[in-house]
Design a protein. Structure first.
Length: 273
């Protein structure tokens, strides 16, 4: 833990020192003056690769960075909104329907490009940072996510049904811990340094993730910074995963052989006892 804190402290110090506003000298002038800079943000992740192994029970990733050129006289410190999106996947939803004494799946609806993970973190309450319509226009927040789901969905009878299924899908993903939000998820250290953490549950999907950091001030977007994260299987789990997806016939035969062998072993053990 001490080593991790030391690394993070060094990273913050590096950002603070390396990214101070530049001092420009005026042509023909005897003294230098500091040129005003528009605020911008730089950031990085504590890791860019998460390995999934047998004992994987979830992990926490830190995003840290600094604000640059944000010390304009009379201006408040900008706000931050961070959006972490997982790989887009196709999801099928069904509504339960009762047929006699049993319940069956019916009314299949499809979302073609739904993110497998979505985390929304901010330095303050979202409505205090920017109006909902501006966030929505930038694709930030669950309202914008619902719009995306409705636009990429298939099989809906009308707009009302599409909205109903999109809302249900978001609630389902929230229960699984794959969609989450935190209005106080971005913490500042001093005036310029910040950090945020987001949790990846054990059921997090594999693939490439994108972490977008949006810089806002008084409801106006000032800039954006993006970083990427890869979640992949490692070791024996990766071997099994690749065989199952690239050699499905071989994987099926091996699974049958293992099942038969396990059955014979269990039968022999019971005979001895």
């Amino acid at each position: 833990m001490k080593q991790i804190r030391t690394i993070l402290a060094s990273a913050f110090a590096f950002l603070a020192v390396a990214l101070v506003p530049a001092v420009a000298q005026e042509s023909g002038a005897d003294k230098a003056r500091t040129e005003p800079q528009k605020p911008k943000v730089v950031a990085d992740l504590s890791t860019h690769t998460v390995a999934i192994k047998t004992d994987f029970a979830g992990t926490r990733v830190m995003l840290f960075g600094a604000l640059v050129g944000s010390d304009e006289e009379g201006k408040a410190r900008p706000d931050l909104i961070i959006v972490v999106r997982g790989p887009s996947k196709t999801y099928k939803l069904h509504r339960k329907k009762r047929v006699g004494p049993i319940w069956i799946n019916s009314n299949e609806r499809i979302f073609r490009a739904a993110p497998g993970y979505y985390a929304l973190l901010s330095s303050r309450i979202l409505d205090d940072i920017a109006p909902p319509e501006k966030r929505r226009a930038r694709g930030i927040g669950f309202a914008a996510l619902k719009d995306h789901l409705m636009a990429t969905g298939e099989g809906f009878r009308d707009l009302k049904e599409a909205e109903e299924y999109a809302g249900a899908f978001i609630r389902l993903m929230q229960k699984k811990g794959l969609y989450r939000t935190n209005d106080n998820g971005v913490n500042f250290s001093g005036a310029y340094l910040f950090r945020a953490t987001f949790d990846l549950p054990a059921n997090v999907p594999l693939g490439e993730y994108e972490a977008d950091v949006y810089l806002w001030r008084e409801g106006r977007l000032l800039g954006k910074f993006s970083s990427r994260l890869e979640i992949e299987k490692r070791g024996f789990e990766r071997f099994v995963y690749e065989v199952a997806h690239k050699q499905p016939l071989l994987y099926g035969i091996a699974a049958v052989i293992i099942a038969i062998a396990a059955g014979f072993a269990a039968a022999a053990a019971f005979r001895k006892s």
